[in-house]
Design a protein around this ligand. Sequence first.
Ligand SMILES: Cc1cc2nc3c(=O)[nH]c(=O)nc-3n(C[C@H](O)[C@H](O)[C@H](O)COP(=O)(O)OP(=O)(O)OC[C@H]3O[C@@H](n4cnc5c(N)ncnc54)[C@H](O)[C@@H]3O)c2cc1C
Length: 414
Amino acid sequence: MRVDLGSHRLHPSIEPRILADLQGLLGDRLQKRQRNGRIRLLGRWMGFPLKAADLVSRTPKGFAARVMRDALVSPFTRPREDTFSEVVRAGLGRTISETFYLPYARKIWGIDPFRLSGEQARRRVAADSFVKLAARVVRGSGAGGARGSSYFWYPERGYGAISEALAAGASDAGAELRLGERVASVEAGSERVAVATLDGERIEGDFLFSTVPLPVLAGLTGADEAVMTAARGLRIRSMVLVYLVLDASRFSTFDAHYFPEANTRVTRISEPKNYRDASDPVDKTVICAEIPCWFEDATWSATPGSLAEIVTHTISDAGLEVPAIERVHVERLRAAYPVYEAGFERHLEAIDAWVSSLPRVITFGRQGLFAHDNAHHALAMAYTAVDLLGPDGTFDLEGWEAAKRRFAMHVVED
Ligand SMILES: Cc1cc2nc3c(=O)[nH]c(=O)nc-3n(C[C@H](O)[C@H](O)[C@H](O)COP(=O)(O)OP(=O)(O)OC[C@H]3O[C@@H](n4cnc5c(N)ncnc54)[C@H](O)[C@@H]3O)c2cc1C
């Protein structure tokens, strides 16, 4: 049974030309699926994306009234400072922020929301005002749902099938792919660029397109101390993924369970089998719990047994049954989420100025631009980079700077 590195869906807001390419590569193995998640809020389950009816009928008495009161006040409220907590509180009111967004932010990014930049809210909270939230809830695409719809795309053989199909397409077109190479250094000249591997090989080219984390690129390129100091100022949140192989045909009928509240370290549990129609084994299922953490902290270093215990407690505290566990498997993602700590802009600007001074190095992607993005945004960046590469081997650097300003408008979909 193929599983993903945490819950992944391809969002319908993907550029049509990119979707068409993926459909061309994957055919009807790229399935159109209805979202079917639920969220644990205030001791009860609600459909996720949230629906207006649930917000009124399934929340504790008085909750909807408090939200309505916040909505009336909100047009006259301005953030007192540019922090995540102030931006969300001004846009969505105290009730929704304190029940949902602030505890969730603290778990995902690991620091208090008043120490996060307001930019984190603008990039990460798609429905950041009552008007946008109401529009989504009425459409049924909810606070975390895809713009304008509640469906998503998903390959029959798991999300990784997208990368595999693109890799196969690239190879067919003549690209040589080498996976697992260890890069020792990058020489970024003004005419050529070279990458040296730990095995002592030197690969030269006209351009280097990089998606490794920006601080890693700075280190490999031998950037000066001022740039390295800026790089160290950019914090990246890690994540532990705990997979439980269950001796049951299904854990639930839902694709994902969301846990925004502070009573568990888990943020989401997904069941890959429910993301697709496929010939998965009938008598087994796998669930994957996402636990954000810092690199090498106690959670990162915890044993599979104790991580599995966190997951089973989360499940039973939410009133669900845990089927017999056949096996536990743990994956650790060092670079999961860029953290926009207050003041991060100054570090990012310094490192961006440095990378822009290297005419042969183009960095993009989630870690490569330290941007909150989805896979369809990362793909859009790659397509843009290709568009700007001329047939004569030149790269339109001015066009790229303009494109980066557009990328900064990307807002993540959950
Ligand atoms: C838990 C989770 C769930 C998500 N869910 C969704 C979703 O449902 N839908 C969606 O569209 N997006 C989702 N995303 C976001 C999506 O994964 C990213 O937008 C996308 O992966 C970005 O692609 P990228 O190529 O820029 O970066 P990545 O996929 O992060 O690729 C960066 C690459 O750099 C490599 N690398 C890192 N350090 C080094 C090094 N030192 N040397 C060499 N290589 C290195 C990494 O191994 C990795 O392969 C999710 C992300 C997470 C963490």
